[in-house]
Design a protein around this ligand. Sequence first.
Ligand SMILES: [Zn+2]
Length: 331
Amino acid sequence: MKGICPNCEKETNLELIRTIEAINVRGEKIEIETRRYRCLDCGEEFEDPRSDDDPLDKAYKEYRRRHKMTTPEEIRSLRKRYGLTQSEMSTLLGWGAVTLSRYENGALQDEAHEKTLRLVMEPLNLLRLIEETPDALPQEKRDRLIEELQSAEQAAYSFSRIYEERFGRYRPNVFSGYMSLDLAKLNNAILYMCMDGVLKTVLNKLLFYSDFKHFKVHAVSITGSRYVRIKFGPAPDNWRSYLSFLMEDGALDVEEIFYDEDVTGEKLISARKPDLSIFSEEELMTLASVKKHFKGWTAKKITDHSHEEKGYMETPNSQPISYAYAEELKI
Ligand SMILES: [Zn+2]
C-alpha cells in the first residue's frame, strides 16, 4: 500500500506488519495486536499514526472488560453528572489528589478503589458519603446534591415498586436460568428482535430460544425470564405486560397485518433503538445467532418447531418450563 514514510518524507510503498504482543496485567496475560508499517524503500519501521491507543491502554481496557471494572469514562461521567471537581470527588472518596485524575486518564484502579467506585455509582451510597463527609464540599453544593440524590432515590424506589407489583418477583432458580429477572435486558432483547418487525408469537419464541440457548452454552439465561407453556409455544411469563409496557413507553409499535380475508396477526416493530451496551459480548452473540437462525421462518414453522421441544412437550399447560431442558434444545 501507499503511504507517507516519515523517514523518506514522501509517499512510498508501505508494508503493514501486525504483531501480537502479550502484556501482563496483574498476572493475567492479555494479547494485544499492534500495527506497524515498514517502508519498502528505506526499511524504516514506524507506528500506525492513526492508532492513538498505546498497547498498555488497550490491555487495561481488555482487563477492565474481563473483570467488569469501572472505565475511566464512567468515573469521569459520574463526577460530572453531579458537578463535582476532581479535588472535591477525591476528598469525598478519601483518595490522594492525583489518584482520581490518574484513573480518569486510563490508569488501572486497584481492587480496593474499584470497590469504592462501584459503591458510589449507587446514588444512595453517594448520598451517604456526602452526608458523612461534611467538609468535602462547599455548603451550597452539598445541600443541592443531597436534595437531588434524595429525590432520585425516592424515584428509583417507587419505580422498582411499580415494576414488582406489575411483573411479580421471583428468586433465581432453574425456571429463570439461575438469573434474577433483568427487565432492562428483557425489554432491550425485545426491541432488538423487533427491529425489522416480527409477529408476537414469533417474538416469544425468539426470546425463549435466546435464553435457553444461552443457558445451554453458558449455564445461565440472559434475561432471567421464566417461560411458560401456552398453546402457541413457550412464551415469557407475563409477556403481555412486557409488551404493553413497551408500547405505553412509546418504544414499540404494533401493526395489524392481514394474511387472508379473515386471518390477521399483530406485527411488532421497535420504535426505539435497543440499548445493546447492557449485554455482554456472549449475550449479544446468542441474541444475534438466534435472530439469524430463524430469519424468514413463518409463524407456523417456528411454532411447530417449538412444539417439538422436549421442554414444551413435557411441561403441563401454563406451567413454567425448566431450563434443564435446554440441554436438548433443537437449535
Ligand atoms: Zn522510507
